[in-house]
Design a protein around this ligand. Structure first.
Ligand SMILES: NC(=O)c1ccc[n+]([C@@H]2O[C@H](COP(=O)([O-])OP(=O)(O)OC[C@H]3O[C@@H](n4cnc5c(N)ncnc54)[C@H](O)[C@@H]3O)[C@@H](O)[C@H]2O)c1
Ligand SMILES: O=c1ccn([C@@H]2O[C@H](COP(=O)(O)OP(=O)(O)O[C@H]3O[C@H](CO)[C@H](O)[C@H](O)[C@H]3O)[C@@H](O)[C@H]2O)c(=O)[nH]1
Length: 329
């Protein structure tokens, strides 16, 4: 396997790069560093480049004899996608189409693609299985769904072999503490809760406590970033061994409310975390819980991290030791 990882300097990409590198695979991390961090790249080869740069992509594929691609590079802020749809269609759709064109032109047919639970929108039931209707409630989710459709068409017409992985809420950090989550701006719940715990912000704002859930706050399915990373490896291995193109959910199958996450974080850090109820964030579905039975049955994926406190603890180690994230700001 000679694997090109686009978005390899980002949060999930860097964890996948590190894991593949540790497994002895040949990995080339490719990232324009618009959001990612060079220090997050724990493999020998890093190429600073854009997925729109066809020439550099082609040179990289040839130089490193690339046979497979894991494609993380995208924009992924739901709120921003509603304000700036053009930016999202351009990067997530046009950018990915460009990458696919260069791949196919150079005979690279294996692709693992980052999709998202956001393709489902407000689900008609939980746990969510892959066959449920796809009705994204935001532009971000729609761009990912459009790409799932394009990959299906490319698979039929050009022999692209792809697996799209629909992640639920990625969280946690590598246990060695050298890489973690550093988004700017940060919008995800767990890093924000931990920043509040570490005094980096005054409080954690709870976006609405009037949802139809037990405690009124939204329920999500939190999945450790290294469990996600492992799924990418299994997906790629399956494709190389002739597995058909497919789509899989990735979650723990258990839901935690926002309040339950803050309670769990308080136990991890050992002191209370100031919380504040504010109004709902537009576009937030009340409950998202994954069924990941399909990938467990098909590819033998297993989660290593099932205890939410353990997951938060791995994130806490990173945030405590790197209160300002990576040193590149
Ligand atoms: N974090 C989550 O909870 C979550 C959930 C579902 C899906 N996803 C998807 O997973 C992928 C990775 O998410 P993440 O949280 O690691 O995001 P991230 O922003 O940390 O990583 C994305 C990386 O892609 C790079 N990038 C963006 N546009 C690029 C371009 N045109 N050319 C080259 N590099 C480019 C960025 O610099 C960044 O390093 C994304 O596709 C995202 O949509 C994330
Ligand atoms: O300061 C905050 C931040 C978040 N939340 C709440 O915490 C939950 C989790 O929010 P995140 O922003 O951490 O994650 P999302 O569920 O909104 O989004 C994640 O899952 C989506 C799929 O549903 C997309 O894939 C997206 O990229 C990914 O970040 C939500 O109910 C949100 O309302 C708060 O109450 N306060």
């Amino acid at each position: 396997m000679n694997i090109l990882v686009t978005g390899g300097a980002g949060y999930i990409g860097s964890h996948t790069v590190k894991m593949l590198n540790k497994m002895g695979k040949n990995v080339v991390a490719y990232d324009n560093l618009v959001k990612g961090h060079k220090d997050a790249v724990k493999c020998d080869v890093f190429v600073k480049g854009d997925i729109f740069d066809s020439e550099l992509l082609e040179d990289t594929i040839k130089k490193y004899n690339i046979d497979s691609v894991i494609h993380f590079a995208a924009y992924s802020l739901v709120g921003e996608s509603m304000e700036k749809p053009m930016m999202y269609y351009k990067n997530n759709v046009e950018g990915t189409l460009n990458l696919l064109e260069v791949m196919l032109k150079n005979g690279v047919k294996n692709l693992v693609f980052s999709s998202t639970a956001a393709v489902y929108g407000e689900p008609e039931r939980v746990p969510i299985t892959e066959d449920l209707p796809k009705n994204p409630t935001n532009v971000y989710g729609r761009t990912k769904l459009i790409m799932e459709g394009a990959m299906e068409d490319y698979s039929r017409s050009y022999g692209l072999n792809y697996i799209a992985l629909r992640y639920f809420n990625a969280c946690g950090a590598d246990e060695e503490g050298d890489i973690g989550e550093d988004h700017n701006p940060e919008s995800h719940l767990i890093p924000l809760v931990l920043q509040a715990a570490l005094g980096k912000r005054d409080s954690i704002k709870i976006f609405g406590d009037d949802y139809p859930t037990n405690d009124g706050t939204c329920i999500r399915d939190y999945i450790h970033v290294n469990d996600l990373a492992m799924a990418h490896y299994l997906a790629l291995e399956a494709l190389i061994n002739g597995h058909k193109s497919d789509v899989y959910n990735l979650g723990n199958g258990v839901g935690f409310s926002v309040k339950e996450i803050i309670d769990a974080a308080e136990e991890v850090v050992g002191h209370p975390i100031k919380r504040e109820i504010v109004s709902r964030r537009p576009g937030d579905p009340a409950i998202l819980i994954a069924s990941s039975e399909k990938i467990k049955n098909d590819l033998g994926w297993k989660t290593k991290y099932t205890d939410i406190k353990e997951i938060i603890r791995t994130a806490y180690i990173w945030h405590k030791n790197n209160p300002n994230g990576y040193d590149d700001k």
